[in-house]
Design a protein around this ligand. Structure first.
Ligand code: HEC
Ligand code: HEC
Ligand code: HEC
Length: 160
């Protein structure tokens, strides 16, 4: 009994080891490193910052799905930096928006507009939905979902 048991154990170890090696051999090329905790979002090179950089809890945002933000990602390739060419790579606005958080296709290439529309847009949407619920029913406030910050200094921490 013992011997047979060991035999199975040893051979399954070999199988497990074999597949691990195979998988990791492939993964070396395909691996995508996903930052978990805080990402410090800083302005791109060439920008003279007026505000402090923004600590962003990346993984806390995963439940909504990656493509909520990485909207060009197909699930096949590695995720690119947001300010690579053709995306949000402008470091100055091509035109001013007519309405707050409502940018043209040209204007959204300006990295700051992209971040503000994405980040503040979603946080405000949740806040407004919460407000609507509060006004329509009697709810206990702490049963509403957390919304995320929408005031300047909550994101640009370290400002006065
Ligand atoms: C709420 C928005 C948001 C969500 C949701 C999100 N990310 Fe991100 N992610 C970011 C931002 C912002 C950065 C920093 C990008 C930069 O520096 O240009 C980033 C960076 C990354 C990077 C590093 C890219 C690089 O520059 O090398 C990877 C990889 C990544 N995210 C993977 C994921 C995966 C996988 C998911 C889903 C499980 C996900 N992200 C969900 C906003 C988000
Ligand atoms: C699709 C919706 C969505 C988007 C897009 C989004 N957030 Fe959030 N964010 C949330 C929600 C929901 C919470 C509250 C979650 C929680 O407290 O766990 C949150 C919480 C936060 C918090 C507060 C965490 C804390 O410690 O209380 C910060 C800071 C933040 N978001 C920054 C950002 C930044 C910067 C971006 C843009 C790169 C961004 N968020 C984009 C939904 C979003
Ligand atoms: C939900 C988070 C969030 C909120 C709220 C927010 N910002 Fe930002 N902001 C960002 C991110 C992310 C960037 C891109 C990173 C950077 O450039 O620091 C940015 C960039 C900027 C920039 C360009 C970079 C610089 O430092 O000059 C300015 C200016 C700015 N924000 C001003 C503001 C002002 C003013 C408010 C309030 C009306 C505000 N932000 C509210 C997240 C936020």
């Amino acid at each position: 009994m013992y011997k047979i048991g060991m035999g199975i154990l040893v051979s399954s170890l070999v199988v497990i080891l074999g597949t691990t090696l195979q998988v990791s051999g492939q993964a070396a090329e395909d691996a995508m490193c996903v930052p978990m905790g805080q990402i410090l979002i800083e302005p791109p090179e060439g920008v003279e910052a007026k505000k402090s950089p923004v600590p962003f809890p990346h993984a806390r945002h995963f439940l909504t799905g990656c493509r909520e933000c990485h909207h060009k990602w197909t699930g096949e390739e590695k995720i690119q930096n947001c300010s690579t060419s053709e995306c949000h790579d402008l470091i100055e606005p091509p035109q001013k928006p007519k309405k707050y958080l409502s940018y043209s296709d040209a204007a959204i290439k300006y990295y700051k507009y992209a971040y503000h529309q994405l980040c503040i847009g979603c946080h405000k949407e949740i806040k407004m939905a919460n407000k609507a619920i509060e006004m329509s029913y009697k709810v206990v406030k702490n049963t509403l979902p957390a919304a995320g910050p929408s005031s300047c200094k909550e994101c640009h921490v370290g400002e006065e």
